[in-house]
Structures are given as structure tokens and as C-alpha cells.
Design a protein around this ligand. Sequence first.
Ligand SMILES: Cc1cc2nc3c(=O)[nH]c(=O)nc-3n(C[C@H](O)[C@H](O)[C@H](O)COP(=O)(O)OP(=O)(O)OC[C@H]3O[C@@H](n4cnc5c(N)ncnc54)[C@H](O)[C@@H]3O)c2cc1C
Length: 628
Amino acid sequence: MNAAVRIDPETGLKVFNTRAAKASEKIGGKGYSVLNDQKLKELPEMPAGSTFNAEEQAKYRAFKEARRGAADYMGMEGEFKKYLDDVYSEPPIPREALTDECEILVVGGGFGGLLLWHRLSEAGFTDVRFCEKGGDVGGTWYWNRYPGIACDVESYSYLPLLEEMGYVPSMKFASGFEILEYCQSMAQKFGFYDHCLFHTTVEATTWDEPSGRWIVKTDRGDKMRARFVILANGILTTPKLARIAGMEKFQGESFHTSRWNYNIDLRGKTVGIIGTGATAVQAVPELAKIVGQIFVFQRTPSSVDVRDQRATTDEERTTWANEPGWARARRARFSMISAGRTAIQANDDYLAGKIQESRKPHNYDRTLTPEELIQKQLDSNFRIMEQIRARVDAIVKDPKTAAALKPYYPYGCKRPTFHDEYLPAFNLPHVHLVDTAPRGVAEINERGVVHEGVEYPLDVLIYATGFQWMGTSTFNMVTGRGGRTLKEKWETEGTKTFLGLHSHGFPNLFIVTGPQGGGGSFNFTDAIDAHSDYVVWMLQTMRERGARIVDVRKELEDAYAEHCRDVDLATAPLRDCISYYNGEGNAAPGSLAYYGGGKWHKHRIPAQSTLEPYVFEDGELTVSGPAE
Ligand SMILES: Cc1cc2nc3c(=O)[nH]c(=O)nc-3n(C[C@H](O)[C@H](O)[C@H](O)COP(=O)(O)OP(=O)(O)OC[C@H]3O[C@@H](n4cnc5c(N)ncnc54)[C@H](O)[C@@H]3O)c2cc1C
């Protein structure tokens, strides 16, 4: 067997062999099923005369206000730390602690890490090291293996580098298990495994001014130096739990959906699931197929839109085999779609290039003001939600359950979901919706969940309570110039970045798909692509200039943060609900996701051509701005 760490005699670089074996063959599953019942795959007609009038607006407001402050989440600490254990892999491969240096150290081995490696190695950067908490690649798709998991962005656009990999996904919305295997194939093909330290969590990254290096410490005792650190640690990586009185008392089995315990046989069991977001919407229909009873504890219903899953056709396979660049072109078309629902509906004719528009263009007789445009969006958005609510009535037989399953907030304000089996599941005699609106589950005891004096005894309790969004805990481990952490900086000054990728005072640090980082569409791998290209461009620019250190100018960072704030505020009515996207209603405008659409590129392009935002140092001399 190969040593966990060896030296490549040709390059003198360390080569790693730390990928952990799969813990159990029981771990496996599939995503969405293909359904034949056409009725389940269509939204009802738009209710006649629907307008987002004062009465409807008041209903939305009441729905929101009733939930204000109800979201009380906590990290997995103390007795709940066990929920973070890596249940998917064999224990870590033993290895010596590393105390050496590399040029580029990347945190994360998801699509971010994989795409960065692909671009970096193509550009000739080979002294690159990855640290990944999990035992294998995949990130999101490593950790999330719940039954029913699938991507919601069509897989032909979501999976990157399909041509390079010579791969065509089996389904329009590939299962998470297929996506994980795809990540593993990418890692094999591009030689990623040799560069990655698995089961290695970066705990601290500290800028050392005298050496112009980052000092990176891990939970494996490593203390490595790196000239550049790239955070590719994801947007939805840190699972969270709702804080519920008595949860530590529960005597049955319990776990979070991002650490699915396949050692527990759920067949015939009485199962409770807390949370009805995107994960539960995918998992509940699959659970309903095997469990004895399932109780779904809901505080706020998701918008459940049509999925229309299908297998990849033979015709598509033949066409794409003869169409070089098909996947890149499809991804590019996908990225041109500016409306969330249109993107996710993934019109095949448009994406295949057979028609030029993803939806009928609006022909207004004059240019609308930004306020008028928002109003138009709110109105059409309301009509989509009316159809989604009408779909609930059309499918769910019990009127009380149907009423509880109807969401009242602007479409897309909370993570939209798509499924054709979730709503019908509530017609099954063993599937029970427990409506805990508006405050959520408040008590758990030894036997199960208690709501409004009724006890629901459970064999297994599953937390589908989601993840921290964007502001991951990782930022408190990055200490820049002056001994200040990124978290401290952002807490005192507000979130400040340039393009989401740099933050002043944190030289040679790049943040991939972090707060304020745009560049993508509704497809996250597209944003990762844009960010990877940018990082490689910067590293090449520095190489050409002989620069060793890059930081950004404070004024330009301030201006960019202001821009993020403005675009967030301008479109805020579209996100008027309590959602993880807006920090449960508490996030400062512009501090989390980027709502500027293509405007990110409008900031990036001049920055790259003028180099004005950057301060380059070569170690002794400080050079600023464009080269002569
Ligand atoms: C269930 C689910 C479904 C999704 N579906 C879609 C979809 O359909 N379309 C879409 O565009 N997006 C989707 N997303 C978002 C998804 O996260 C991104 O598409 C993409 O996979 C992110 O890749 P990443 O590499 O940036 O982050 P991740 O995949 O989250 O990978 C980050 C990695 O960093 C590691 N890490 C974090 N901190 C540390 C540390 N300190 N030290 C070492 N390692 C660390 C983590 O273990 C993780 O493996 C989904 C997310 C979830 C949770």
C-alpha cells in the first residue's frame, strides 16, 4: 500500500494518499423518480383576476410577522457535536503532521476545490494542496446523502466539465449519489487525490507579515505555510439545529440530514422529521415509501413547484456526441436566464439552442422605472405563488393539511423547491403533517416531539434543519494583518469585500462563492467557475509582474460593499420574508448573497483591465496600480 505522504522524485513535491474508504455498502440511494401521472407534473391554471392587492399583501405581512424571531438555531456543539461525525467514511488514514510549505493551499474539496484544481493545474500551478474535512471529494454531495437527494439546477448545466469528462448525466436532475460519483471521477481523472489531505479540518489561518505567508493549522496537528490561501469551503456547509427545549433527552435514534445514518433501518419505523425546506421536500417522499409512520413537523411551508423529472434521452446522447462544446454552450445559455423560476424550469428547447428566448420578452411601451419593474416582478411573482398554492388544493385531499401546506411570501424569498411526489405523500394514511406554525416545535422529551400538549412518540427523529448560509464559521479562523479575524472585521465594519473574493487586510487570500461574490446565475457551479478563472488570472498576473503579495485598496472595497448594499436594497421587496437567505430577517443589506445579476462582471472587468483596485508587493517594494 502507498504511504499516506511521499515525495514525487520528479517534482520534489509531496504526494498524498489520504482518501478514506466508504464506511459501509449500505450507503446509497437515488434521487427523484420519473412519474407518469401528467396531472402531478402541471401547475393548475392561473386563478382568474389574481392581483397582489392590499388584502394579499397584508396576508403576506401577517405570515412573516408571526414568524419573526421564531428561528432560533444553534451550532452542533457539546452533546450535539456527535451529529457532525463523518458517518460516510472509514476512520482517517494515519499520517505524519505536516510542517512544510506549499504555494497554494485550498480549504475544501467540493466542486470549488475540484474546479480550482482543474484551472490551476492547466495554468501550470502544481504546488497546490487541499485540506478537506470529509474523507473524500464532493463537498455538498459528500455530506448530503439523504434518500431522494438530487440537484435542482438541471444536471446538464450544473455538472461542470461534462465534455472534458466525456460524461452525460443519466437524468435531467441527477441524484446526489450520481453527482458524488461524478466528483470522484473528476478527482481521479485530474489527479486531485494526490493533492488532497482528507479528514483534515483547517482550524486557523494566520497571516505572517515577516515571511509574507499564511500559517495554516489543522486538527491533524499540521502547521503548514502557504503563500496563497483559497477558501472554497462552501455556502451551505455548516449544519445547524433548531434550539428546542429537551432535545438532549430524546432516547431514540436521531441525526441531521447531512449525516444520514444508514446503519439505522427505517423500514416500518415511526419517524419524525423536523423542518420542511428543500431537503425535507426531497426526502419525505422516499421516506414515505419505507417507514411505518412519518410525522412531518412544519413551521413554514416551502413553495413546491413542478419538477418533471426525466431520463436523458437517446436522442440527446446522440446529438451531444456529435456536438463539440454542447455542455459549455448549454451552461452559458443557462447563465443568461435572469428569473429564478425560469432557470429552474430549465426549458430544454432554449437550453439546447433550438429557440433563442427562455421566455416571452415583455414589450412595455416605455422604459419602466426600477420601482415599476419591481412592482411588475412582485405581481408576476404573486401569480406564480397563486398557482403553487392552487396546486396544493388540487393534490392534497385533506383541506386542513392543504391549508397548512400553502406558503405566503414572494416566490424565491425562501429557497424554492420542486417535487411531484411531496404533496401527494400527504394523502397517504401513514404520512402526517404536524403544523407547528408559526413558532415551530418547542419541546422534545425522552419519547419524541410534543406539540400543543400532544406527544408524538418516535423511533427515529431526523433534523432537516438546514445549514448556515454564507457567513460560515470558517471566517473566524482567518486572521489577517494586525491580528484581526475576518469575522471581527466584518462585525465591526460590516461585510467588506472586493468582488466577494478579496478582503482588505487579508493579503493573498481568496474567498470562492462567499458573501458578496457574484458572477454566477442560479447555478452555483457557474459562480465557482467564474471565481476559479478570476483566481487563476490573478495568480498569473502576479507571476508576470513578479509580485508576491496582493491586497485590495480600502476605498474600492468600501465602494463595492456600498454597491452590494444598494442592489440588495433595490430588490428587497422581492425577499420580504424570514429566510436563511436574509439571516432570518436580521442580515444587514448587502452582507450575504449578491443580488446584482450581471453587475458583478461590470465590476470585475474594469478591475482586471486597469488593476486599479489592487496593491501588489514584491516582498520589498510596494507597487500599486497598473504596470507601465
Ligand atoms: C442539498 C443541497 C442541494 C443543492 N443543490 C444545488 C443545485 O441544484 N444547484 C446549485 O447550483 N447548487 C446547489 N446546492 C449548493 C451547493 O452547495 C453548490 O452547488 C456547490 O456544491 C458548492 O460547492 P463548494 O465546493 O463551493 O462547497 P461545498 O460543496 O460545500 O464544499 C466545501 C467543502 O469544504 C469543506 N470544509 C469546510 N470547512 C472546512 C475546513 N475548515 N477545513 C477543511 N475543509 C472544510 C467541507 O467539508 C466541504 O466538503 C445545493 C446544496 C445543498 C446542501
